[in-house]
Design a protein around this ligand. Structure first.
Ligand code: F6R
Length: 609
């Protein structure tokens, strides 16, 4: 969602801000802006639409400065207008904000009574006026005023502030939204995401909840929630620049789909080398995993579907109860909380607000043990978890999650095997077979990618449709859900997924000759059941598009199209069957001419409720 970048240097920082904002574009936004301090004045440019348009306007107006902040906004309070875009300014103080200020109406009223006029409908503008109000009262300098103001705010924020009166520094604050400081040589940066500053520095300090900081050219000082100076560790970011660039691909989503054999290979590397050991999930994992008696998975969207798949593995292999719940539901429920159940959060970004809040809620209900499966090192959710397993997909830029999902599945499969081993439910032969299946997985995924030309032919038919149904059973039902989600979010075709056995309990009413029905039908114990469900569709004139593996023994016939997926890879079959549904969504969206990497109304990191 919204993104922040700020810089102070001897050089012109405007190109740094623009580059940083371009690297934040993937998070999803609908307007962008920068503000700079120059000759004791604050200048600002904002535009709705793309960063490139805002950058052209800044160039046309001759923006150059050695101190500035920038922002990409994803509208929450107030529509997509230039007046609502950040930075917001009050009397020479400019600021950018990620998050939501919940008591903004109360603050707005108070400031109105003090004579402040509002130019926007945002919750953010109150913060700029509040800072000015405190400065006017003589309540300290810019940092002191910010420290006072944040204590008057409820909600979530990452803030970066500059002032024409203090051209030698930026000040910033965080609560509930990520913010980091990038440390350069004689220049420093702030950003909501490391990708925004990685072109300038890899040395980063992650602010903690409640921290404020002052960032000057020659140094950085961080203060804790009690305004006491505090040291925060410097990390060296491992984000690679190539993962942030498109290379020969047309879209990041296409690139990321094709990166999956590598991404999965990296994620399983430690297991292939060292076997299924608890330490894959952190140094103290053995003690924790040995003592648990069940698993509760919390996640949103695609990550939730990874959790649904994992339930089959965990209950089937480890023989322990596993429940999976959408984080935004769990967080508001007085759920039964068994302290012996491990809470597993799954999140690509590691900063999804609902998942973070669900984790906090689980802890408040007495859940002692937590594990985060996450793709972004040092992000908020793993930092709040006892155990961590990082998937090694690399930066995922396309809004629609692809390689993050399949690497989450790889990590969750490893968790299930480790739990099964610890509970004495896996013999040496079974373990060797799991390892072999895992070893073959990147190859199986590559073979599935080779189906692309056949999927393109299907996508041309799908592009003309209004609706689609996806069916799967057992382990492949979550993959049907994932296929439907991918299709709807990037092609805007209405798509729903059902367990195939559920068809006759309602959705069959939707089936006619205009309804394409995608079926995931590998050769497993449910295949004959799936075939019966397919008959139900054909009998109503529905057109079937079946992904069936080499052993499924399916033939094409009228109204039944079949693409043969690679030879069955056992319990990991859902991973392989994910690839063709991703490709179907991608090529259908391409044929419909939608903005594949930045679908309308969606954001990559969902940092608001
Ligand atoms: C769909 C998609 C979303 C995310 C969801 C959770 O393609 O990307 O449904 O999966 O917003 O995000 P993370 O995994 O970052 O917590």
């Amino acid at each position: 969602m919204c993104g922040i970048v700020g810089a102070i240097a001897d050089r012109d920082v405007v190109p740094v801000l623009i580059e940083g904002l371009k690297r934040l574009e993937y998070r999803g936004y609908d307007s962008a802006g920068i503000a700079v301090v120059n000759d004791r004045d604050v200048r600002r440019v904002r535009r709705t639409g793309r960063v490139a348009e805002m950058a052209d306007a800044a160039a046309a107006e001759g923006f150059h400065a050695s101190l500035g902040i920038g922002h990409t906004r994803w509208a929450t309070h107030g529509g997509v207008t230039e007046a609502n875009a950040h930075p917001h300014i009050s009397h020479g103080i400019a600021l950018v904000h990620n998050g939501i200020i919940e008591n903004h109406e109360e603050q707005r009223e108070k400031l109105g009574a003090l004579g402040y006029a509002f130019e926007s409908q945002t919750d953010t503008e109150v913060i700029a006026h509040l800072i000015h109000h405190h400065l006017k009262q003589g309540n300290g300098d810019l940092l002191g005023a910010l420290q006072r103001v944040v204590k008057e705010l409820t909600g979530a924020y990452a803030l970066a502030v500059i002032s024409r009166a203090e051209p030698g520094r930026m000040v910033c604050a965080r609560m509930g939204c990520p913010l980091l400081i990038g440390l350069g040589e004689g220049e420093n940066f702030v950003a909501s995401d490391v990708s925004a500053v990685v072109q300038a520095t890899r040395n980063v300090v992650f602010l903690e909840e409640g921290d404020t900081a002052e960032v000057a050219r020659d140094g950085v000082r961080v203060y804790d929630r009690n305004d006491q100076p505090v040291e925060r560790e410097t990390h060296v970011s491992s984000v690679s620049l190539s993962s942030l660039e498109l290379g020969p691909y047309r879209h990041f989503m296409q690139k990321e789909i094709h990166e999956q054999p590598r991404a999965i290979g990296d994620t399983i590397e430690a297991t292939i080398d060292g076997g299924f050991v608890p330490e894959l999930f952190g140094r103290n994992a053995a003690a924790v995993l040995e003592g648990i008696e069940g698993v509760q998975i919390l996640a949103c969207g695609t990550s939730y579907y990874a959790g649904l798949t994992a339930r089959y593995w965990i209950e089937g292999m480890a023989g322990m109860p596993c429940s999976v719940e959408i984080a935004s539901e769990y967080r508001y429920r007085q759920a039964y909380a068994d302290p012996k159940h491990l809470v597993v959060t799954i999140s690509q970004s590691g900063e999804t607000l609902d998942t973070m809040e669900a984790l906090k809620h689980a802890k408040s209900l007495g859940r002692a043990h937590t594990l985060s499966i996450c793709n972004v090192p040092e992000s908020a959710i793993p930092r709040a978890s006892e155990l961590v397993c990082y998937t090694r997909a690399g930066a995922e830029i396309g809004v629609a999650s692809t390689k993050a999902f399949t690497t989450q599945l790889a990590a969750l499969f490893q968790l299930a095997v480790v739990l099964a081993k610890l509970r004495g439910r896996l013999g040496a032969d079974d373990e060797a077979q799991c390892l072999e299946q895992l070893r073959q997985l990147p190859g199986g995924v590559q073979q599935a990618l080779n189906l692309e030309p056949q999927v393109v032919a299907w996508a041309e038919k799908f592009a003309a449709k209004q609706n689609a149904l996806f069916l799967g059973r057992g382990l492949h039902y979550p993959i049907a859900l994932e296929g439907a989600l991918k299709l709807k979010e990037i092609s805007y075709i209405h798509a729903e997924a059902y367990p195939a056995g559920e068809l006759k309990h309602g959705p069959l009413a939707l089936v006619d000759s205009a309804m394409p029905v995608v079926v995931i039908a590998p050769n497993n114990s449910l295949l004959e059941k799936v075939k019966s469900n397919m008959q139900e569709v054909r009998a109503r004139g529905g057109e079937l598009f079946v992904f069936a593996d080499q052993d499924s023994n399916f033939g094409e016939s009228e109204g039944v199209h079949v693409i043969r997926t690679p030879r069955h890879v056992g319990l990991l079959s859902p991973v392989v069957h994910t690839i063709p549904v991703q490709l179907l969504a991608y090529h259908t969206a391409l044929a419909r001419g939608t903005d594949v990497d930045k679908p309308r109304n969606l954001a990559k990191s969902v940092t608001v409720e």
